[in-house]
Ligand binder design. Structure first.
Ligand code: LRH
Ligand code: MN
Ligand code: MN
Length: 424
């Protein structure tokens, strides 16, 4: 469903006076507020197709109502998000969860909603019905060449789907690894995986990038063959200039210094993509910014600093995506919260006084350096984010409007109470 424009305008009118007051108060002391608002307005975060239905845990899934039943309905849901916040203009598909039967028609539908296709995700971590060989003992690392071949072929198909949709990148996340010591020869597993990735890399269209996503553990609990950024970087370096590392915030061992990882990958020109989520224990896939907002800020601080140092375009030179999905919230409200958290944190990182920070670092003024960072982090930048939405035609308070318009109730009426979203 789509909202009529006048409903967004009416909503904005009711909140306009309060917003103007807050925006004026904040920007009175911010000389470069206009530049920040412009950057916020340009920033787009891809929505993963699998986050539009209620996720589950491995124990249970409690389906919500009105969830999308097809790829078309997923695109409609993202269209609605994008209407509300004007920052969700991209979708990331997972194959085979979202096989587009007619690529051209799907591409046209997405274009109607102002949505482009971000990275395509392959899936060799599950066996699909009718699949010839099993991935029980891995896919690209497998001891049997025929299984490796099957995994490569799948990735080639994913690229074909992506080409039809106008995507420009492939994300490969492998669950390959081992559950018990002795199960794998680490070197052989690495070599097999590298060879398989090389075959996929050779088939990448000229303008495409390949993102190698790492994850410390789960579903394998002893070793993972692309387990950390060192391994991912090794693959990406061996593969060539079109291969990059993808950082998913939930894929590290506890207390990893993700901001430092990001800084070094950027320095090497090897950071390609980003999966946003938050976590307390493992790969929890919770709403962005819900658990460790300061960590997210420190990561964004490095992203802005590192991208600016290399003259990179914040909006186009990295693949920004949410990768969160869970059990207890309305998925659309949850995604609105995640996008908002990303934009707030991006705005805070843009506030950091870089020249002052550099000089504090040069002078070993540790206290001053901390003050500079925390001064930015403790600024309530929400009026800047709201202003960017207002200027691009979105809603001042997307979640409020979503509730006032009873969007979920209408989706339940259209799609039914007990829908099974495709995907996770
Ligand atoms: C693995 C992962 C990867 C998958 C997605 C469903 O944990 O982060 O990105 O594609 O979850
Ligand atoms: Mn991920
Ligand atoms: Mn994950």
């Amino acid at each position: 469903m789509q909202l009529e424009k006048y409903k967004i305008d009416q909503h904005n009118e009711t909140l306009s006076a309060a917003h103007k007051r807050k925006f004026a108060a904040l920007t009175a002391d911010l000389p470069h507020a206009e530049t920040i608002v412009k950057k916020l307005a340009d920033f787009q975060v891809a929505i993963p197709s699998w986050a539009l239905g209620t996720g589950g845990t491995r124990f249970a899934r409690f389906a919500g109502g009105g969830e999308p039943r097809s790829l078309e309905e997923k695109i409609e849901d993202i269209g609605l998000l994008h209407q509300l916040n004007r920052s969700s203009g991209a979708i990331s598909l997972h194959i085979p969860w979202d096989i587009p039967k007619n690529g051209a028609a799907i591409k046209a539908l997405a274009a109607q909603h102002g949505i482009r296709f971000d990275a395509m995700n392959s899936n060799t971590f599950q066996d699909q019905p009718g699949q010839k060989l099993s991935y029980k003992f891995g896919s690209m690392q497998h001891v049997d060449k025929a299984v490796r071949r099957q995994a490569v072929e799948h990735n080639l198909e994913v690229i074909e789907h992506g080409v039809a949709l106008g995507s420009q990148s492939l994300t490969v996340w492998l669950s390959d690894g081992s559950c018990f010591p002795g199960q794998l020869n680490f070197r052989k597993a690495f070599q097999n995986t590298l060879e398989s990735l090389q075959e996929v890399y050779a088939a990448l269209p000229a303008t495409w990038k390949m993102f190698v996503e790492y994850k410390a553990f789960e579903p394998n609990f002893y070793s993972t063959t692309v387990g950390d950024w060192g391994q991912s970087l090794l693959y990406a370096t061996k593969l060539g200039p079109k291969a990059y590392t993808l950082v998913d915030l939930g894929h590290h061992l506890p207390n990893a210094n993700i901001e430092q990882i990001v800084a070094l990958l950027l320095m090497e020109g090897k950071l390609g993509g980003f999966h946003f989520n938050d976590s307390k224990y493992g790969d929890d896939d919770l709403t962005v910014g819900s658990i460790k907002p300061y960590q997210l800020f420190l990561i964004f601080n490095e992203l802005v600093e590192g991208m600016d140092a290399r003259g990179m375009d914040h909006t186009t030179d990295l693949g920004w995506m949410i990768d969160a999905s869970h059990n207890v919230k309305d998925p659309l409200e949850d995604l609105l919260q995640s996008v908002e958290a990303i934009l707030i944190t991006y705005a805070q990182a843009l506030l950091v006084d870089r020249a002052a920070l550099q000089s504090a670092q040069q002078n070993n003024d540790v206290v001053r350096a901390q003050e500079i960072l925390q001064n930015a982090f403790r600024t309530d930048v929400r009026p800047l984010v709201a202003e960017a939405r207002l200027r691009t035609g979105g809603a001042l308070d997307p979640i409020q409007l979503f509730r006032d318009q009873q969007v979920r109730e209408q989706l339940v009426k259209q799609r039914g109470l007990k829908t099974i979203a495709t995907g996770l």
